[in-house]
Design a protein around this ligand. Structure first.
Ligand SMILES: Nc1ncnc2c1ncn2[C@@H]1O[C@H](COP(=O)(O)OP(=O)(O)OP(=O)(O)O)[C@@H](O)[C@H]1O
Length: 228
């Protein structure tokens, strides 16, 4: 579904990604692990088009998307839940979700309701401003809003940062449900090893802008525990 070849990217003259090669198959959940500042978020931004690749190519479902703007990539089915959530704090939960469904061209209310059934906690707060939710609830909202755009590939950037364990386990269950229902493909950036372990089929490790290792999730958990 996604093929990244020799991609270099960064900010102005600062080169962060130094030749990324990565392939995702349709329906896979893949973890991307690495310490702070290694380039994980930069890769997410480059896949969605917030940053243009300086060299290399990105292919999505057989189409070269390397030069496409963000909205075209989003329309093809790539969705990002950015680190820090980025919900609309002054809009209600319901309106945040409607905004997510804006580009689908489908029946918005129906799409929102079909996503909401996976997020019982949000159902209690539909009229509340997004900014008044707890950090964990805002993270659920960001996830639900992204799903309202009906992505085929979701890029999920450190969703567990600062989130309480009960919401983290809800997130795991919800993502498994969505995977079963829609065949979603997921690229998950995380530093929480247990979270990666409960979702990913395989895990890539990033160091200084390069993918240095790929392992099965069980090997990843064995090795990271050995070093932690
Ligand atoms: N807007 C920016 N302008 C310039 N440099 C940036 C910008 N955003 C990130 N960087 C730099 O790019 C490098 C990679 O950052 P990135 O956010 O991709 O790392 P990360 O692996 O996702 O880590 P973290 O989990 O801390 O976000 C870092 O050195 C960071 O300082």
């Amino acid at each position: 579904m996604l093929q990244i070849k020799d991609v270099q990217s960064g900010y102005g003259d600062i080169r962060v990604l130094r030749g990324i090669n990565l392939q995702l198959r349709q329906g896979e959940f893949v973890g991307l692990w690495g310490h702070n500042g290694m380039g994980k978020s930069t890769l997410m931004r480059t896949i969605l088009g917030y940053l243009q690749a300086k060299s290399g190519s990105i292919n999505f479902e057989g189409q070269d998307i390397t030069g496409l703007p963000i909205h075209r990539r989003a329309r093809l089915g790539i969705g990002l839940v950015p680190q820090g959530r980025a919900i609309f704090p002054h809009l209600s939960v319901m309106d945040n979700l409607r905004m997510g469904a804006v580009t689908t061209g489908g029946e918005r209310e129906q799409i929102v309701m079909s996503v909401l059934k996976h997020f019982p906690r949000l159902n209690n707060y539909l009229d509340r401003a997004g900014g008044l939710l707890s950090g964990g609830e805002q993270q659920l909202l960001a996830l639900a809003r992204c799903l309202c755009a009906r992505p085929k590939l979701m890029l999920l950037d450190e969703p567990t940062e600062g989130i309480q364990p009960s919401i983290i386990s809800e997130m795991v269950d919800t993502l498994h449900e969505i995977r079963k229902e829609t065949g979603l493909t997921l690229l998950l950036v995380e530093q929480n090893q247990a979270f990666i372990g409960s979702l990913a089929d395989r895990v890539m490790t990033m160091q200084k802008g390069v993918l240095t290792n790929e392992s099965s999730t069980s090997d990843f958990l064995k090795n990271t525990h050995a070093f932690s």
